[in-house]
Design a protein around this ligand. Sequence first.
Ligand code: ADP
Length: 251
Amino acid sequence: MAGTPIIVAEDVTKRFGTHQVLTRVSLPVMERDVVCIVGPSGSGKTTLLRCFALLEKPSEGRIVMQDTTISTPEPDRQTRAAARAVRSDIGMVFQHFNLWPHMSVLENLIEAPLRVKRMPRDEAVAVAEKLLAKVDLSDKRDAYPARLSGGQQQRVAIARALAMSPKVLLFDEATSALDPELRREVLMVMRQLAREGMTMLVVTHEMGFARHVGTRTVFMDRGEIVEAAPGAAFFDAPKTERAKRFLQQFE
Ligand code: ADP
């Protein structure tokens, strides 16, 4: 694994009450990595991603970004300050888009750069317009989310995440809520980002994407990482019975 780790989960265990959903998960994400997390429903994929996104705190273990601890079970002042400092470096794209419905597409894109980064409005608009062109939605600049298809809304959500210039982009089943033909347009945008060298952590049921675009595939089952291998290698030669059984359903 060459390169520099951007963000790392170290020995992360997560419990909700007495229900343990992650058990000592360690996962480094290197610069320009496209790590795809696959596995059966309920295996803890989303919870792990939410720990990386600082939306959940680990019960044990920690999240480290570029050598700085940003999340622990009981963060001290230093860790909380470090988390605040890097929050906008971690972008997240959700299954259900989560656009602000009362804002136009452009307003959705400039909101965080204006408020969080204190970017001048002209500059934020220029960045937003460039990103809308990138996801092929320049003509929807002034539309409201409700008027867009699911695929278009998800492309806006990706552009919105990119507007903060994140160092890593997390995708939580970004295509699961979409019909097959709309999935393709979102996957094409994700593939393009991967080509450009964006560091990505992708929870997905899209085995084609994991195989062909992912640099590494991580297979989770019952809260543990059971296997991790370069994208295609996991699919061509799964090592464990659990992984083989999981892959059978996609044959
Ligand atoms: P996956 O993404 O692999 O489907 P999840 O991370 O969503 O798995 O869920 C793993 C387990 O954690 C499931 O049993 C789920 O019910 C449980 N879980 C997830 N979030 C919560 C929560 N906020 N409170 C209680 N249990 C949760």
